[in-house]
Design a protein around this ligand. Structure first.
Ligand SMILES: NC(=O)c1ccc[n+]([C@@H]2O[C@H](COP(=O)([O-])OP(=O)(O)OC[C@H]3O[C@@H](n4cnc5c(N)ncnc54)[C@H](OP(=O)(O)O)[C@@H]3O)[C@@H](O)[C@H]2O)c1
Length: 309
């Protein structure tokens, strides 16, 4: 068995070592142009050349939850694509989103500024019922985030493509239900995959339908959001602020206005990081299942594959 690895953002050695330990007979290597045909490849944002040169993979593993970077390329026909399902990311996402919601709701940014200035100033508590939180995308991450938020008793809403039933959450499905979902939401959390249908979805029109004083938490992809529309809605006062973890261009360029807007909190695509051990355990199990002739869940299996890139 031959396994290739390609992820320019990490040190490949611990990944290679773990794969060699799991599959003692396997030849495991970092992909190089012209590498011999492999059985499996673990990749993050691979070059087109890798895919063109590896038409007979039995499995292509995306070392992330979002497959948008991969599906923008020409995939070898018939090669099954697998993504990370949770693999330790869902709890991180729940932490991040709960922190952002509570930081805004409890005005911690203003309290911290008061503390910096040596000011003792108590604030009038907001009513929780005035802060409905709506999550777009009820997949592995969205559902886990809602479960965590439920502990804080915010009114909760959810929006997805197909109907979902989540206890304690007012769920909405489909494009026709989007206005109703937005009109009841004050804090909007985006956990959609990036697809032709969802690209630029967070624009003046949709964000303008949030309750007055709305707040955006974008933890999915930068290309969901029309940057200038967010800035315009902040300037008009319709939106109160945003926490953004993902951007159209990453790293966010130094001259981007988001850095200078005090109502926007910028974090460096850090809300849910790929965890090596958890990810490897999942990938090793799937390779083992494939080798044994089973068909583990893959993109296009339980996760719908209609990302027309
Ligand atoms: N910032 C980070 O560090 C980070 C880390 C990991 C992931 N992410 C992002 O988070 C995204 C979500 O991950 P996940 O694992 O939760 O994905 P997932 O399990 O595939 O769930 C996607 C959800 O989005 C819904 N959806 C898809 N297209 C839609 C549309 N056109 N209209 C309405 N709903 C739609 C799906 O609806 P149905 O259930 O009805 O099909 C599903 O509920 C990833 O794609 C990635 O971009 C970001």
């Amino acid at each position: 068995m031959r396994i290739l690895f390609h992820d320019l953002t990490v040190d490949p050695e611990p990944w290679l070592a773990a794969l060699r330990q799991a599959f003692a007979q396997a030849e495991v290597a970092v992909w190089q142009p012209g590498a011999p045909q492999a059985d499996y490849a673990l990749v993050w944002a691979p070059p087109q050349q890798l895919l063109d040169e590896q038409p007979r993979l039995k499995g292509l593993f995306n070392i992330a939850a979002g497959v948008d970077a991969l599906l923008r390329l020409r995939l070898p026909p018939g090669v099954p694509v697998f993504r990370l399902d949770d693999a330790g990311m869902a709890v991180q996402m729940a932490e991040y989103v709960c922190h952002a919601v509570i930081r805004h709701f409890r005005e911690f940014a203003a309290i911290e500024a008061d503390a910096q200035a040596g000011r003792w100033q108590q604030r009038t508590p907001h009513r929780r019922s005035d802060f409905p939180v709506g999550v777009m995308g009820l997949g592995v991450l969205g559902e886990r985030v809602l479960k965590a938020l439920a502990a804080f008793e915010f009114p909760l809403l959810g929006w997805s493509r197909t109907p979902h039933c989540i206890p304690g959450v007012r769920t909405h499905a489909g494009t026709e239900a989007l206005p109703g979902f937005l009109a009841q939401t004050r804090v909007l959390v985006n956990l959609l995959p990036l697809t032709p249908e969802t690209e630029n979805l967070l624009d003046r029109h949709t964000l303008g339908q949030l309750l007055p004083g709305g707040y955006l938490i974008n933890v999915a992809r930068g290309r969901h959001l029309v940057d200038e529309d967010l800035l315009a809605l902040l300037a008009s006062g319709h939106l109160a602020g945003a926490t953004l973890d993902v951007f159209r261009q990453e790293p966010l360029p130094a001259e981007h206005p988001f850095w200078r807007e005090p109502r926007i909190t910028v974090t460096p695509h850090t809300s849910a990081r790929t965890l090596r051990e958890e990810s490897l355990a999942q990938i090793v199990a799937k390779i083992g299942a494939l080798q044994a002739g089973a068909a583990p869940h893959r993109v296009g299996g339980h996760v719908r594959l209609d990302l027309g890139y």
